[in-house]
Design a protein around this ligand. Structure first.
Ligand SMILES: Nc1nc2c(c(=O)[nH]1)N[C@H]1C(S)=C(S)[C@@H](COP(=O)(O)OP(=O)(O)OC[C@H]3O[C@@H](n4cnc5c(=O)[nH]c(N)nc54)[C@H](O)[C@@H]3O)O[C@H]1N2
Ligand SMILES: Nc1nc2c(c(=O)[nH]1)N[C@H]1C(S)=C(S)[C@@H](COP(=O)(O)OP(=O)(O)OC[C@H]3O[C@@H](n4cnc5c(=O)[nH]c(N)nc54)[C@H](O)[C@@H]3O)O[C@H]1N2
Ligand SMILES: [Mo]
Length: 769
């Protein structure tokens, strides 16, 4: 493994060291319980103060409170617990409600260069952004700027472009529905569909895969379905950390007799055993064992595994003892014969080799599927961030279709979304490939000609910036620079832009890699009271299961200078669009007026204001769930044939996935600990099988350089250094490290087929002492 690197372009380090005293212990055997409750209270009260902290926790996810700014897991429609939150939701709230401030004095004391030398944790730790800041061309420091001048500057830059397509408008998934709707309307009136978003990096593969197979790009189950399922397959997801409230639903399902199967290269703690902090038995008892079966699939081995599952079901099916739902297949599906033929000719040998599992292991999972009348597949990033991610999604759907597990209670597909409103943002039209019907409706409501040409997604935005075709990047939330792969390519692109604008709540690395000029526009967060001319405003969000809910800010804004995202967008529209006939400032004054427009444009939102006034929340229609209608090209649910893809992992190399620790929210790092996996004091670790450490002639605990291998671009050296090897139960040939520290290893061209999502979870690496 000691091959010397040839002369190559050396990567710049985007990863300042932040290592404390490293302690590695055994992974935990159960999740939540008292440690989670203590951690929640400690986080919120230490950052926001004891009074504000307690108040915040009691308003979290209540009907009259605010929607958790963490993940998109739904709240129960009825029967909410007094404290309907989880440890990690509390961390997200605390992080926003912090009493620390990154104000003008802070920026005067810290040059951009100096801040680049700090860790992500340090950047976030500086507190809330409280006033608009400007980085003039060539300047070393940000300086304060008036809001009005900032808007003029953006409008001037935008209006100077040769074409509107020279600007791109990114969205992260915390933006509420009303702001998202206004944003896409502004962008389309400006004249482009360049609306890349965090979905492009997240569940895009789910949307594309489901769209082709079942005609709805969203999940088809409700919380109630989940609790009434007989079998739940959890693919590529770590809910104990990323969707902790899902554990309560899995526990409820389990108590009704459901079997749970975890499919993951790591045996994640949250799926092993759960101590529900809302229950006495969760506090003092042993908790509930969740998974009945654990399948340690190798990274990217899911297509093979799913083909194995389908093969087993098809082989077991006979006239006397039907296993498949032939009536469903006959009436609702298309392409079954070709699918069946492909599965029959796929050998068990290929399946075992591709999945890293034995036939016996897969048959155990098939036993559970056969015994179940109601099966659900849940999944997250372990399925969507691979080259063949769309195949993953489609085979999961096909596996369910074999037994008619779509559009009936207790069964269906459940892509578990990431950001709290990422699904709603898409529904509101934040999409670079808008449906013609959506544009027609916009045209009818607002009397203009929306652009019809597809815009750029996140990866295409980086390409566009590098080629000089995109000159302005405006980002509504998020951390585009750090969340995207290939920091080198991204930095090259960004630095060529004329202007980059970040609408943000907290300091992050995107503020340090700007265009020739950079602007930071500080925004109100979800927890804060939003007062406009007509009074205090309410916003809405859509959770992972298509439920529209209201959210009411509860605490005073971190600064008087903050503006709501809607306020910022309305001002931007007024400054940029000149004499546009739409009264943007009236919409800003009263968000109900925005909802009236939404009701006229987007199906399912009829009587929007009335319904949220009366009920607080409502469920969007879903053709598959409600009536087994499949709006696909064939009008039916489609079976699709996919090959088992072989990733080229040369000898001496490993396949690495990038994952989240328990103490981060995406690029926001709270601490350097990962309690459930037994890591303390550092994020620079590589989880690796003991036998691979031995075979490579290395030692546990040793610091290594990780270099990625990308045959399509042998000229660029992508390497990160000082990662400690941690012996871990992970399949041979596989490794894992945290995101975003390893994002520089991923070439911008390493993407999923069809969805163009960066293949964050299949990185071929070699290790160097
Ligand atoms: N606290 C907290 N909550 C969050 C977030 C956060 O950062 N912190 N992020 C939010 C966002 S935006 C998202 S998208 C979600 C992310 O939620 P997750 O998808 O749970 O997050 P990851 O850490 O990326 O975990 C991916 C899981 O997939 C597994 N995996 C990786 N590759 C494969 C594979 O090839 N096959 C299989 N079967 N499994 C694989 C990994 O071992 C890991 O358990 O969480 C949301 N919620
Ligand atoms: N290697 C690797 N890379 C990945 C992933 C992975 O698994 N592996 N996951 C990908 C996924 S799933 C996602 S979703 C992306 C995430 O990409 P992003 O959504 O772009 O990143 P975040 O880290 O969530 O953004 C955090 C920033 O958002 C701002 N913010 C927070 N709340 C608000 C708000 O209410 N309003 C505004 N205006 N700003 C706010 C703060 O300034 C904060 O610093 O990362 C992707 N990148
Ligand atoms: Mo995500």
């Amino acid at each position: 493994m000691k091959t010397e690197a040839p002369e190559r372009k050396q990567s710049t380090s985007f990863d300042p060291s932040d290592t404390q005293r490293i302690e590695i212990s055994q992974p935990k055997e159960w999740a939540a319980g008292i440690p989670a409750v203590l951690s929640a209270y400690k986080n919120v009260t230490s950052k926001a103060g004891p009074l504000k902290g307690t108040r915040l926790l009691s308003d979290l996810n209540q009907i009259e409170g605010f929607d958790c700014p963490g993940c998109a897991w739904p709240d129960p429609l009825e029967k909410r617990a007094t404290f309907e939150f989880c440890e990690n939701g509390a961390k997200a709230v605390a992080d926003e409600a912090t009493t620390k401030r990154a104000d003008a004095t802070f920026f005067a004391q810290n040059s951009v260069d100096k801040m680049r030398g700090q860790s992500d944790r340090w950047l976030n730790d500086q507190g809330r952004l409280v006033q608009p800041m400007w980085l003039p061309e060539g300047a070393s420091h940000y300086q304060p700027i008036e809001w009005s001048r900032a808007f003029e500057m953006i409008a001037t830059q935008l209006n100077q472009l040769d074409t509107p397509d020279q600007a791109a408008f990114y969205t992260s998934g915390r933006t509420g529905n009303e702001a998202a709707f206004l944003y896409q309307l502004f962008v389309r009136k400006f004249g482009t569909n360049n609306l890349p978003d965090c979905s492009n990096m997240c569940h895009e593969s789910s949307g594309v895969g489901l769209g082709e197979t079942i005609g709805v790009g969203k999940g088809t189950v409700s919380l109630e379905d989940l609790e009434h399922a007989e079998a739940i397959f959890v693919f590529g997801q770590n809910p104990g950390t990323n969707h902790p409230r899902m554990l309560s639903s899995l526990q409820a399902a389990k108590r009704q007799g459901a079997k749970i199967i975890a499919i993951n290269p790591l045996d994640e703690t949250g799926l092993k055993r759960f101590k529900n902090p809302q229950e006495v038995s969760g506090v003092i008892g042993k908790g509930t064992a969740l998974r009945d079966l654990y399948l340690p699939v190798k990274i990217n081995g899911d297509v093979a595994l799913l083909k194995g599952l389908c093969k087993s079901l098809i082989e077991r099916d006979s006239h006397h003892q039907p296993v498949l739902d032939h009536e469903f297949i006959e009436q609702y599906c298309h392409g079954f014969d070709a699918f069946k033929a492909d599965i029959e000719q796929t050998t068990w040998q290929a399946i075992e080799q591709g999945s890293g599992l034995t036939q016996a292991q897969i048959e155990q999972a098939a036993d559970i599927a056969c015994a179940s009348q109601r099966t659900i597949c849940c999944w997250a990033m372990g399925m969507t961030q691979h080259k063949n991610a769309v195949a993953n999604i489609q085979l999961m759907t096909n596996f369910l279709m074999l037994q008619g597990n779509l559009g009936k209670p207790g069964a269906g597909v459940c892509p578990v979304r990431g950001h709290s409103n990422v699904q709603g943002d898409r529904t509101m039209g934040i999409w670079e490939k808008p449906a013609p019907a959506f544009l027609d409706a916009l045209e009818k409501e607002f009397h203009f000609n929306p652009p019809r040409k597809d815009g750029v997604d996140a990866v295409e935005t980086v390409h566009g910036m590098q080629k000089g075709e995109i000159k302005v990047l405006f980002a509504l939330g998020g951390n585009f620079f750090r969340a995207m792969p290939d920091h080198q390519a991204n930095d090259r692109g960004l630095s060529q832009c004329e202007l980059t604008v970040q609408v943000s709540t907290k300091l992050n690395r995107s503020h340090l890699h700007t265009g020739k000029q950079g602007l930071i526009l500080p925004a109100l967060g979800r927890t804060e009271i939003d007062t406009q001319a007509s009074g205090v405003q309410t916003i809405t969000v859509e959770n992972s299961m298509g439920v529209i809910q209201t959210s009411h800010g509860k605490i005073p804004p971190a600064s008087e200078l903050l503006k709501s995202e809607i306020d910022i967008l309305a001002e931007l529209a007024v400054h940029t669009l000149g004499d546009d006939p739409l009264d943007w400032l009236a919409l800003r004054a009263d968000y109900r007026l925005i909802r009236d427009h939404i009701a006229n444009v987007i199906p399912g939102f009829e009587r929007f204001n009335q319904r949220i006034d009366e009920l607080g929340e409502f469920v969007l229609p879903n053709a598959v769930r409600d009536s087994r209608q499949f709006a696909t090209a064939t009008g039916k649910a489609n079976f699709v044939v996919h090959e088992i893809a072989d990733i080229d992992v040369p000898p001496g190399h490993l396949l690495m996935m990038t994952i989240r620790s328990h103490d981060q929210f995406n690029t926001t790092v709270y601490t350097n600990n990962d309690r459930y996996r037994g890591v303390h004091g550092t994020r620079k670790v590589l989880f690796i099988n003991r036998l691979d450490i031995e075979e490579l002639g290395l030692e546990a605990g040793q610091l290594v350089r990780i270099r990625s291998y990308w045959p399509n671009d042998k000229d660029t050296l992508r390497e990160v250094s000082d990662f400690a090897l941690v012996e871990y139960a992970i399949p041979r040939g596989c490794a894992a490290a945290y995101y975003p520290e390893t994002n520089d290893l991923i070439p911008i061209d390493s993407v999923a087929d069809k969805s163009n999502t960066p293949a964050y979870k299949s990185i071929v690496i070699s290790l160097h002492a």
